[in-house]
Design a protein around this ligand. Sequence first.
Ligand code: ADP
Ligand code: MG
Length: 354
Amino acid sequence: MSKNELKSVGILGGGQLAMFLCISAQKFNIKVSVFSEQENFSARKFCNNFFIGNFRDIDKIKEFYKSVDIVTVETENIPKKTLLTIENEGKLRPSSETIIISQNRIKEKKFINSLDGIKTTKFKTVNSYSDLTESMRIFGEEFILKSCEFGYDGKNQFKINKYNIDNFKDFGLKNFIAEKIVLFEKEISVIVARDVFKNIQFFPPVKNIHENGILRTSEFPANIKKHTEKKALKQAQKISEKINLIGLLAIEMFVLKEDDIIINELAPRPHNSGHWTLDCCNYNQFDNLILAITNRKTKEPEILYKGKMQNILGDEITHFNKNKPQITFYDYFKKEIKTKRKMAHFTIKEKFKT
Ligand code: ADP
Ligand code: MG
């Protein structure tokens, strides 16, 4: 692939992440085409062109990737065949390998643990009820069961203990993972952008608060110790370099009492916990993804403000006061309100004390 600056981007998926990518692309005069599986999608009003179809419809996917210089994803849940077809044309960033690792929790954990000095929580593959009872023997009274694939926002996750384990006898336990519960002090995430010139930029750790497995708030600064931050960035760099990242990678981490770090999961795309960068950085996470995949140099994000981002979920949107003076409100233009669905977010930014 030549290093000429590319002029158009295709995005697989048309949700709010794609919407923010469209807005960034406009700044750099880059055209965006979106491939959405839904008729109504957040990015619809923001893209230059769109295709509506099934991600498995290879003919339609061909039409889509032929219309753009490079393709990226706003979700890791894209069929492998589709990813490989686009990659064979030299048009996929990040690589299929990166995306495929993060599609499957076991692949992802094996990859992370293969890196020197980087680790995840202990886990066990679960494909049967006896694997589940064995997990209880290994992990103790309570542990977490998750589907290996297609889980997001805490979906397909269960806390298992002696009171409910029997309910999983006829559950169809195929392709699940049991995880030891991490007694963390804090959840943080780091976002890395890396370009074709191997420049690497970090969006520093933010503190994340989840409610029922869904991100509620992200806050910068994360207020962790300097050496913990250093460790987090070092691990983020190592992971990104190992996969030869071109694009964006979000890394969710648990910080333990002793300031040790355990990696929770990877997302090879913009991340909800990076939305604060829209308001608080000169170059936000979306800008840097667009730059990285179009053969441009990523830009070191200057952090202009402290900030706290909060998600607006489900029907909270119907009674939310969007005009509060101190907030910046972002609507995702979703037609259908569903329980716990991410409908919008807002950010409160604050000047650094001088
Ligand atoms: P998702 O793909 O839905 O984001 P995660 O694995 O990140 O799935 O889980 C969602 C949230 O559930 C995490 O951010 C964390 O708060 C909690 N969680 C997940 N796994 C564990 C674990 N092993 N120990 C403690 N908390 C966990
Ligand atoms: Mg997560």
